[in-house]
Design a protein around this ligand. Structure first.
Ligand SMILES: *Cc1c(COP(=O)(O)O)cnc(C)c1O
Length: 849
């Protein structure tokens, strides 16, 4: 190899439209259709060839096209309008400035292994990345002082092609970052930012790139620089590629390199968000930084925890990264000393005794003070999964919360629908999408209008699908007849179901084929036919997922499914956008309760596409009996997988034949009025709540600003509070074995009446622990014979000290509800500086009384 410098030689952009230069590098364009139009109209054919990448467009476009645009009155009017909107967007105070002026400028850093912002930057694999992208867009809309940190993958995830046999083939195009909407990050003196990260084979250098997303920035790390060895240059080659060594190295680059990158850029975050366990090493680097300035490691750990939030994203065990001890020794052995930790202490931070390995989720739990799952149900499932880490606590009190996911409405709602919303809801709808009240006005949209927009999007989608199919068959050299028949595939007047997502097996893409006879009957009914469009990528190492694709592909070539079932290649944000805007029903059939949230159904619902789903992930919160469809009302852990498949699929067939299909085809004055009523219900009930706007506000109020406050408190006066909290925890851990109940008595009887009150008295032994440092409390809740649920607590009062270390407590409990309840008393640590009741998961329960 030899060294060279890169230069991009561009056509000259005429002065009148010079600001395209600026706009091409702000992904604000990705959710602003008129901005995309500005690029598309310069050369529509080229726009498709460069896959909607404005940087590439402006690099390849002919000078004449630019000159022509600069003289076209209509184009210039659009141009002025777009920059008017852009400037207003970039310069106005937003929600955060208005609600948290005291925190303005206090950066929140969000670390994620993938970001899915737009099809022109393919550095995402699926839901996690698209969520991170939508999160960043909403952070910009709300004006959060927010930076993202991620990796810049030279080959992205992969480009999917299906060969003639239906087998998925993966292509790894090498992206030229200079032709993407990102720029190298620069020091103040104009030099590029390169940061070193130590790995066993030596130091690797990472070049930092900057992506603008409205008013926020995302920094992406790239190992493909000349000073690295050939092998090291591959470290940011592929997302989720390679072996365990590759995975840990990438996670080191993300976590450790990410912190170093922010420092090098002069950015000091006040709150840190670990988005999925991949990024958890950021906490290790922050501990190291503090320890290197002379702070004891236990104090450093408290400082880091105090300002960190962790979001977990999957209940599927394989989704949680684990590494064996050997890997930790290999990659972190050199660092134990710098961290002031022994090997055992380091391992303990992430030790998973269930798998005997170092688990990134556990590391993240240990290095954050708040943790959340991504739907209510997923919160519950996560509490179950990690209950063993907090074994003295009842399940409900395991400190894992939930914030239900959302999607960025501006990115996913069809432009024509946005215009309808503006007309009937008022222009302000897009400024505050979460305002529930305004969505009532969806009812004012005339049925004809909403239906005609829907049909238009459906026709466009079918046109898009056909042309993609044609490209594929041409590429596979399938012959004239096979090309020609595509024109008869899919009919815009037929009920169309969309199913598109990653082909992870738990998502059960092939479930609908369970009983082919019934499916043929459903699809082939001449009066009320149905058609299905599939898309999705299987992970390159997942042969089972690829078998699913192959099966679906084969069915799509056989009677009676030919022309009624199609498989569309290379599912990505562009394909997703067409499908969620153009089908009638969005189908989701994961194996309950494996879907943490799911978000594609939200995108569909906002477009008036009815969501038909197993009651998993977000759907139990979204479904109201009318705004979509539920496959099976009851789910149960007691069913085997086979039983679950059978129950779900026959429920789905029945739902299709008895409800969905008849409703769709029931017409009054040529309109499916009942269907349209459901479409409106879907739009108005789902859009405001399941938006990332609501989601990011929730993160801000519940976690980001508390993390900022805690971080400041723990740091000030030379880490005084962090030291106190550390000392408190250590003291309680060492002395908790003294804590016990000597006796407990109750005035209550077995049967009582509503309104009755009972008194509880307890004598407790605290040993050397001060009574001010514990809470002795009544715990009260529903009981199932094993444990208490929906626990409520009320503190007991200390009434006397019996002798040194022994105290009497008393408290009252009033029965305000009918039913069977359980009550008991317990002792737990009490510290006002804890983020929540069980930051130190110690508790002593009363024995029998
Ligand atoms: C929204 C989206 C996903 C996530 O879909 P799920 O319903 O969560 O499986 C995956 N891939 C792409 C390209 C998306 O746009």
């Amino acid at each position: 190899m030899f060294y060279f410098r890169t230069v991009s030689v561009n056509p000259k952009i005429p002065d009148r439209i010079k600001r395209l230069q600026e706009l091409q590098y702000n992904l604000w364009f990705s959710w602003h259709k008129p901005a995309l139009e500005l690029f598309r109209q310069i050369n529509e054919v080229l726009w498709e060839d460069v896959y909607h990448n404005p940087v590439k467009l402006l690099l390849e476009v002919r000078q004449e096209d630019l000159d022509a645009a600069a003289q076209d009155e209509e184009y210039l009017a659009l141009y002025d309008q777009v920059f008017n909107d852009f400037d207003r967007y970039m310069n106005n105070d937003k929600w955060f400035q208005k609600n948290y002026p005291q925190h303005n400028g206090r950066t929140i850093a969000y670390f994620s292994a993938e970001f899915g912002i737009h099809e022109s930057l393919p550095i995402y694999s699926g839901g996690l990345g698209v969520l991170a992208g939508d999160h960043s867009k909403a952070a910009s809309d709300l004006g959060l002082p927010f930076v993202g940190v991620g990796l810049l993958y030279k080959q992205g995830y992969f480009t999917q092609r299906i060969n003639r046999d239906g087998w998925q083939e993966e292509y790894y195009p090498h992206h030229n970052f200079y032709q993407m909407p990102i720029v190298p990050a620069l020091h103040e003196n104009g030099t590029e930012v390169h940061i070193p990260v130590d790995l066993p084979q030596g130091t690797v250098f990472l070049k930092v790139w900057e992506m603008k997303v409205g008013v926020v920035k995302i920094y992406l790390l790239d190992a493909d620089v000349a000073r690295n060895s050939k092998e090291d240059r591959e470290l940011t080659g592929q997302l989720y590629g390679g072996d365990r060594d590759m995975r840990i190295k990438q996670e080191i680059i993300l976590g450790i390199g990410g912190v170093k990158a922010l420092r090098a850029l002069g950015i000091t975050p006040y709150a840190w968000h670990i988005n999925e366990g991949h990024a958890a090493f950021l906490g290790i680097e922050r501990i190291r930084e503090l320890v290197q300035t002379g702070i004891p490691v236990a104090t450093a750990k408290e400082v880091v925890k105090a300002s960190t939030l962790f979001t977990t994203h999957t209940p599927v065990p394989a989704g949680h990264d684990t590494f064996d001890e050997g890997k930790i020794d290999k990659y972190f052995g050199y660092m134990f000393g710098q961290l002031g930790m022994s090997r055992e202490q380091f391992l303990k931070l992430g030790w998973d005794k269930e798998t005997n390995s170092f688990n990134m989720t556990i590391l993240a739990l240990n290095l954050s003070c708040y943790c959340n799952g991504v739907s209510r149900l997923h919160g519950e499932v996560s509490r179950k999964m990690f209950h063993w880490l907090y074994e003295r606590l009842p399940l409900d009190e395991v400190p894992i919360n939930s914030v239900t996911n959302g999607v960025h409405g501006q990115s996913w709602v069809a432009q024509e629908l946005k215009e309808l919303y503006t007309e009937y809801l008022g222009a302000a709808w897009s400024e505050d999408i979460t305002n529930q009240e305004q969505w009532e006005r969806v009812e004012d949209i005339p049925d004809e209008e909403i239906w005609s927009v829907h049909q238009k999007k459906k026709e466009e989608m079918i046109f898009f699908v056909r042309s993609r199919l044609e490209q594929k068959r041409l590429r596979n050299e399938e012959g004239a007849e096979r090309i020609h028949e595509i024109q008869n595939f899919l009919n815009p007047d037929v009920l169309t179901i969309g199913f598109a997502r990653r082909f992870a097996t738990y998502k059960r893409a092939n479930l609908i084929f369970y009983d082919r006879e019934i499916l043929s009957r459903i699809l082939g009914n001449p009066e009320r036919p149905v058609q299905i469009i599939f898309a999705g990528k299987a992970h390159p190492a997942d042969d089972a997922g690829k078998e699913f694709i192959k099966k679906i592909y084969q069915y799509s070539n056989e009677e009676p499914f030919r022309g009624k079932i199609v498989f569309l290649e290379n599912y990505d944000i562009d394909v997703a956008r067409h499908l969620v805007q153009g089908v009638d029903v969005w189908l989701n059939t994961p194996r309950w309760p494996m879907e943490a949230s799911g978000t594609s159904g939200m995108k569909a619902a906002m477009n008036g596409v009815l969501h038909c789903s197993v009651l998993d992930g977000w759907w139990p919160e979204g479904y109201n009996g009318y705004n979509g469809f539920a496959v099976r009302e009851e789910n149960s852990v007691y069913l085997s997988e086979e039983e679950q498949d059978r129950e779900d699929i026959y429920s789905l067939y029945k739902l299709l034949e008895e409800v969905i299909i008849p409703t769709y085809y029931q017409r009054e004055d040529n309109l499916p009025r009942e269907w349209i009523r459901r479409m409106k219900s879907s739009i108005k009930t789902i859009t405001p709540y399941f938006s990332t706007n609501r989601m990011v506000r929730e993160y801000t109020g519940r976690f980001y600003t508390p993390c900022i406050d805690r971080g400041l408190l723990f740091t000030k006066e030379n880490y005084a509070l962090a030291n106190r909290v550390k000392a408190f925890k250590q003291y309680l851990m060492e002395n908790w074995h003294h804590v016990a109940f000597n006796d407990v008595s109750t005035s209550g009887t077995k049967d009582m009446n509503i309104g009755d009150e009972l008194t509880l008295n307890a004598t407790v032994k605290l040993g050397p622990i001060r009574h001010e440092d514990v809470n002795v409390e009544i715990a009260y809740g529903q009981e199932d014979g094993h444990s208490l649920h929906n626990i409520q607590t009320s503190p007991m009062q200390m009434v006397e000290m019996v002798e040194e270390g022994i105290y009497k407590y008393s408290g009252k409990l009033q029965h305000s509800q009918q039913g069977t309840f359980g009550y008991t008393v317990r002792i737990r640590p009490l510290n006002v500086d804890f983020a929540h009741a069980f930051e130190l998961p110690l508790v002593t329960w009363a024995g029998t009384f």
